[in-house]
Design a protein around this ligand. Structure first.
Ligand code: CTP
Length: 400
């Protein structure tokens, strides 16, 4: 099952040089399972041809509100979609949309639709910063459109000092996923931890573990897609952090514990998917330990248990989820951790199971609830495991 299976997305393209990236976006939307109807403004056809999009989407491309035989296109196109994405959206298009004009097919569709609208501006950095553009963006946000902030980076005309550049298609795809979702976690604040932590032995060496951060990143991405405000507290990750979430980078277990404690007030849920290092060097050396002076032993001491030390700081209604990676007596050990760390749910996985554990993209887990219920899931991608987990978290939040 692909994320956008059965969904219809209308992709509007306006007259910006970034329209070349809209072709890749159209392809990624189709690959994600969406049926994609493309509408080009007249100016956009100066940059890119309808034929490009017709070939990529396998569907007719629309450009003209006055085309004979197509008088009601704007009504049909506006009615039959699950989301409208305009990328790139030029300054001129934002101005016309903010005024509620209907002087071409794309603006007419915007007025005639009840589907969620995502606008992805791209323009010269000074045009973006202009008070009139900013006022138009504020108006469009006020009426409920999602307007993505442009990136900072090189523009077609050279280096820019401020934002203006269109975000990459992969980021737009993530935003599209969020507007297509029914947003059951809107208004919720969720903290997710991910990855390993590192405990210094000396300035160049550390103790750590094999965690890649993939599971936590999948949970953070899925929570954001469902509308939550997400803080991802992460040790060094092997994968890029997801779009839309606030990332708090940390190094040691103590730093992760401090960051969790700071984020906890007001949080609706805490998902501890990280694998914090359980030990640190008792006395890390201030300078590099030379081979010739290597000690025979390294004295270790325990790091704080984050779930245990934050117990007192958790508000009564906060849903707390832990993970247990075991090599022996999986369910028994996981149940003991659920009780000892006062969790609502624990995700138990066997490190020796093929396709489960660190580094891989799949996982086979059993969800254990506080009431004793056990739900053994089949081998799934980590993204799918994250979705099942968030279904359970949503149910727990509703029951509060
Ligand atoms: N955890 C934590 N603080 C730590 C270590 C782990 O909060 N210092 C969290 C993990 O994020 C996970 C849960 O506790 O959600 C269980 O982690 P795990 O390493 O399986 O358990 P430990 O308590 O470290 O027990 P053991 O190493 O003895 O299995």
């Amino acid at each position: 099952m692909r994320p956008f299976d059965g969904r219809r997305v209308l992709l509007g393209v306006t007259a910006g040089i970034a329209s070349y990236k809209a072709a890749w976006l159209a392809r990624r939307l189709v690959q994600s399972g969406a049926a994609v109807d493309v509408v080009l403004t007249r100016g956009a056809t100066e940059f890119i041809t309808p034929l490009t999009f017709e070939a990529l989407t396998g569907r007719a491309v629309h450009t003209d509100i006055f085309a004979p035989g197509h008088a009601l296109d704007h009504i049909h196109l506006a009615r039959d979609v699950n989301a409208i994405v305009v990328a790139p959206a030029t300054a001129d298009f934002l101005a016309r949309a903010a005024q509620g004009r209907a002087d071409d097919l794309l603006t007419a569709i915007l007025l005639a639709t009840t589907a969620p609208v995502l606008l992805v501006p791209a323009m010269n950095d000074r045009m973006w910063a202009h008070p009139l553009t900013q006022r138009n963006v504020a108006t469009l946000r006020e009426i409920g459109y999602t307007v993505v902030d442009p990136d900072v980076g090189p523009l077609a005309e050279g280096e820019a000092s401020g934002p203006g550049r269109m975000p990459e298609p992969e980021a737009i795809l993530a935003h599209t996923g969020r507007v297509l979702d029914d947003g059951a976690l809107r208004g919720r604040r969720i903290i997710v931890t991910a990855g390993p932590t590192r405990e210094p032995v000396d300035p160049v060496r550390f103790l750590s573990n094999r965690s890649s951060g993939k599971m936590g990143v999948a949970v953070a991405a899925a929570a954001w897609r469902r509308g939550a405000t997400v803080t991802l507290i992460a040790g060094p990750l092997e994968v890029p952090p997801p779009i839309g979430v606030a990332v708090v980078p940390v190094e040691t277990t103590q730093e992760m514990a401090d960051a969790v404690a700071r984020a906890l007030p007001g949080a609706d849920a805490l998902v501890m998917a990280a694998a914090p290092a359980d030990f640190r060097a008792a006395a890390p050396a201030a300078s590099k330990i030379k081979k010739s002076a290597a000690p025979d032993r390294l004295e270790l001491t325990a790091t704080p248990d984050i779930l245990a030390t934050t117990r007192a700081q958790r508000a009564a209604g906060t849903v707390v989820v832990g993970f247990a990676l075991e090599t022996d007596d999986l369910l028994e050990n996981a149940r003991a951790k659920l009780a000892a760390k006062a969790l609502d749910l624990i995700v138990a996985n066997d490190a020796r199971e093929p396709g489960a554990g660190f580094a891989v993209d799949t996982n086979r887990v059993t969800l254990l609830a506080r009431d004793g219920q056990a739900e053994a899931l089949p081998l799934m991608t980590k993204a799918e495991v994250a979705d099942v987990l968030l279904d359970r978290i949503e149910a727990l939040l509703r029951a509060r």
